[in-house]
Design a protein around this ligand. Structure first.
Ligand code: PHE
Ligand code: ZN
Length: 897
């Protein structure tokens, strides 16, 4: 089986790191591009690493046909060992020698989309993490950095555009209708940042002058016909460049910065030096085809990849265990960028809430399941399995906590120190934390650095328990915070974490109280950060007349589960008054979550009245609030997800959770009917389309209102709102309004949904990204009597369904298995059987996509019977299949352990 790695699942350990035996200073690559057989000539200047013991040179290679190996121009002996090319008789001494390797590969047959592949007639590469070895034999590890010269040769008519990293230094015609282009990248880089693109593409170009007065050329390459969808990405790129200069003093170091879009891509995008390659999903956006969410995603992914130019490319990772060094930091940077772009405090909070939602619904379950790993993992079988929400999003939270501990300016200082020390190097997470601490010697971070770094080494989500005691006689309030962290695979016992708890105290009337700790000379304002370092700690506030309402973990100041059994009255006070918008939202979540959990746990059939009047009234007053932003209201009025509810329970009955949440939605729809009508009418018109947070927020709220109105209509048979929704669907001036209307019809199961879906398909059948939405909407719809699985199978037979295209496969299969628990967890086990068949089927040609799908049953041990046994059986079926990629094997083996 060609897609299966040679050799078996060896465990790679962080503690086994050893510097490379050889260093490669320069690489000169010549490609004769041909889809069936591409010839690659690789000429390297190599020398022994003076810091490593003398040993043979072992070059990584995968699915290559080796033709010739020359050392200083002469043939040499070599052997093959587990896919590696081993050279034993190399020149002695420290002098560099020239190593020339000639090999071929077959891009058209590359279905894994790693290395060199063809997508819709265009050549692309993907080298992170270990794809370069599928292009040529090399020391495929990030601590080997070289300067690259790349010559591309190809048929001129089919591949008029030839791109690689750096600057174009030469180009011209060759015989037989071929042409060539020569690129030189002046920056040393690890091979995972290498890229080439060859095809028939068009581009948008923008010249900019940076602060220092240098001119740069920005280009976005897409397929003919997509050019009008690149304006937003270009604006995002320019905004990112300006932001990094202003906020962190980091300029663009390239004459030419290129983005290329491809519709076949395993991930979101890739930060290859000067030549970013993007999934079309995160480049293309036009008001007619992209939703507000798409626009926001394009902005943040463009920013993310651009920010990697410093955090990742100028300073890179020593080894792949350090992945969060670049990813956690860069996610933090793109989150901050999006917040700064959003503007108002409320819009910033909305972004923060969205990020925390991702953390809680994806990372917390990961941290509590079989794949739990520290932000800096200790071992892996397949590194591709560790591009996770833990490394990315929890890693970003760790960086955010550092900023909280040293302050915004201190953080910028720390980043500056990091680049002063490590520019051009391949380093570790420890190096980053050290630079931060050294630049802020008087900070809590510096004082507690060793303890703080447990965030990198210990997996699992810490729990913080909070309880308060008011003493009227001494006018004090004592807050006791204690922490614990459940065991995770390989880590039975945890040391305490350093947990910044940003907080405030409110009076019963909602006013913020001054915060003065015992022993302090004066109060420190009404908002401060306590640092929890011990298993349990007490903080005594003085001058507190009445029992206060604590507002803890403001802005979600640490990635922990806060356990606080305060009264509904307190939560209602926070919802009505907290100056911290995050905690205001959180109060509503906790109120509704509490009720959802009670209804799930209650015996007997699910009752219709899960929410009580007080709760409904509170939600209504948020919806009707004269000052709150629409975007914020939409978040408050959105109930906790089924996944989040499930995470709170020891034993999960997915159907019951689904039923409870549906009951709550239906209750909200009916009890607030008049308010939804009002909200829709107030927010439905946003004028000429602009994707900014204010307008997007208005559309989001109008969309939710419409959904609620259709839900209510389903129960009372009133055709008015579905009719209006269908009309809005037809007349919509932008994709957000149109898609929301479609969602409302499909989600409420209205008869008009079929007609709308057909119409939508007819209108957008030539736009892949819109079709992905069309597929995903159907696969993700609420289940009614088990109708979704047959529909999913039917969708896979649709002429527009292409299993080998990752976006399309995910739109149907991952949406169903990962994002539709009510439909996936069937008591007849058919969802799990479907899952196991698709994992095996996809693994045969794309292990990365298969391994991500394989994660859908991570939490099977929590399931109630009969789900639990059925899930175990399905996982075991996958595990027993031969052959299986290392990627999928690692996931299912850990799941069964
Ligand atoms: N490094 C990319 C990013 O986060 C993600 C990626 C990883 C893309 C591996 C492709 C392959 O920006
Ligand atoms: Zn990244």
């Amino acid at each position: 089986m060609s897609s299966m790695r040679e050799g078996t699942h060896t465990v790679i350990r962080r503690e086994d790191y050893a510097p490379p035996a050889y260093l490669i200073d320069t690489v000169d690559l010549t490609f004769d591009l041909d889809p069936a057989k591409t010839r690659v000539l690789n000429r390297m200047r190599v020398r022994r690493n003076p810091e490593a013991p003398v040993q043979p040179l072992r070059l990584d290679g995968e699915e290559l046909n080796l033709a010739r190996v020359l050392v200083n121009g002469a043939g040499t002996s070599f052997k093959m060992d587990g896919g590696q090319l081993v050279l034993e008789s190399l020149p002695d001494g420290a002098d560099p020698f020239e190593l020339e390797i000639f090999s071929t590969c077959a891009p058209a047959k590359n279905t894994q989309l790693m290395g060199l592949y063809v997508s819709q007639g265009t050549f692309f590469t993907q080298c992170e993490a270990e794809g370069f070895r599928r292009i040529t034999y090399f020391l495929d590890r990030p601590d080997v950095m070289a300067t690259y010269t790349v010559t591309l040769r190809a048929d001129k008519r089919q591949y008029p555009v030839l791109l690689s990293n750096g600057n174009l230094v030469e180009s011209g015609d060759l015989e037989a209708g071929r042409h060539y282009a020569k690129w030189v990248d002046p920056h040393r880089k690890p091979c995972y940042l290498f890229a080439l693109v060859a095809g028939n593409l068009v581009h948008r170009e923008q010249k900019i002058i940076s602060r220092s007065g240098t001119e740069h050329t920005l280009q976005i390459y897409v397929r003919r016909g997509d050019l009008d969808k690149t304006e937003h990405a270009m604006n995002a790129l320019m905004a990112s460049i300006a932001w990094d200069e202003t906020r962190f003093g980091l300029p663009l170091d390239l004459e030419r910065f290129m983005i290329v879009a491809t519709s076949d891509f395993n991930m979101g995008a890739m930060e290859n030096k000067g030549l970013n390659i993007f999934n079309t999903k995160y480049v293309l956006a036009s008001p007619a085809t992209a939703t507000d969410t798409d626009f926001a995603n394009v902005e943040s992914v463009v920013a993310h990849e651009y920010f990697h130019n410093w955090t990742g490319n100028r300073v890179t990772c020593r080894d792949w265990f350090q992945l969060s060094l670049k990813e956690g930091l860069t996610v933090f940077r793109d989150q901050e960028f999006s917040m700064d772009m959003a503007g108002s405090p409320s819009a910033r909070a909305v972004k923060r809430i969205e990020d925390v939602r991702v953390l809680r619904t994806a990372q917390f379950p990961e941290d509590a399941g079989p794949m739990a790993h520290p932000v800096r993992p200790d071992q892996y079988v397949e590194i591709n399995n560790f591009y996770t929400v833990t490394v990315y999003e929890k890693g970003a939270e760790v960086v955010r906590m550092m900023q909280t501990l040293v302050g915004r300016e201190g953080f910028a200082r720390g980043l500056k120190r990091y680049f002063e020390r490590h520019d051009g190097q391949a380093v570790t997470c420890d190096d980053f934390a050290q630079a931060m601490a050294d630049a802020n010697p008087d900070s809590e971070l510096a004082r507690l650095l060793a303890e703080f770094k447990r965030w990198y080494s210990q997996a699992g989500t810490p729990r913080v328990h909070a309880s308060g005691q008011h003493d009227a006689a001494t006018r004090t309030y004592t807050l006791t915070l204690s922490q614990s962290c459940p065991p995770t695979p390989g880590q039975p016992v945890k040391e305490p974490f350093v947990i910044p708890v940003t907080m405030g105290l409110l009076g019963a009337d909602g006013r913020e109280l001054p915060l003065q700790l015992e022993g302090e000379a004066q109060h420190a304002g009404t908002h401060r950060t306590l640092v929890l370092t011990q298993p349990s700690q007490r903080f005594t506030f003085v001058g507190i007349e009445q029992p206060p309402v604590p507002s803890l973990l403001r802005g979600f100041s640490a990635p922990v589960i806060l356990e606080q059994d305060d009264s509904d009255a307190n939560l209602l006070t926070l919802l009505a008054h907290d100056s911290d918008p995050f905690n205001r939202w959180e109060a509503a979540q906790r109120l509704t979550l509490r009720r959802a959990l009670a209804a799930v746990r209650a015996p007997g059939p699910v009752q219709a009245d899960v929410l009580d009047t007080a709760c409904l009234d509170a939600l209504r007053s948020v919806l009707r609030h004269p000052e709150l932003d629409a975007a914020f209201k939409e978040l408050v009025l959105t109930l906790p997800s089924e996944t989040y509810i499930a995470e709170q329970l020891d034993e999960v009955e997915p159907q019951r959770i689904h039923a409870v949440r549906e009951a709550m939605r239906s209750q909200l729809a009916h009890a607030l009917h008049e308010d939804w009508v009002w909200a829709y009418e107030q927010h439905k018109d946003t004028g000429a389309y602009r994707p900014d947070p204010v307008n997007a927020g208005r559309r989001a709220l109008a969309g939710l209102a419409l959904y609620m109105l259709c839900l209510a209509a389903r129960d009372n048979g009133n055709p008015v709102w579905p009719g209006k929704t269908y009309q809005r669907f037809k007349d919509a001036g932008n994709m957000t309004d149109r898609f929301q209307a479609l969602q409302a019809l499909v989600g409420s199961g209205h008869a008009l949904a079929q007609e709308a879906l057909q119409r939508f398909h007819a209108q957008f059948q030539h736009d892949d990204l819109v079709l992905d939405k069309w597929f995903a909407l159907q696969a993700g719809q609420p289940d009614r009597g088990g109708h979704v699985l047959p529909l999913v199978k039917q969708l896979m037979q649709h002429p527009d369904f292409h299993l080998r295209n990752p976006n399309r496969a995910r739109s149907v299969i991952s949406t169903y298995c990962h994002s539709n628990p009510g439909a996936f967890h069937r008591s007849d086990a058919a969802g799990y059987v479907f899952w196991s068949e698709r994992v095996i089927e996809i693994d045969a040609f794309n292990p990365q996509v298969a391994a991500r799908l394989a994660r859908a049953l991570d939490r099977w041990k929590k399931l109630a019977e009969p789900y639990r046994s059925a899930a175990r059986e399905a996982i075991a079926r996958v595990a027993a299949h031969e052959p299986l990629s290392n990627d999928v094997r690692e996931v299912v083996t850990r799941a069964l352990a």
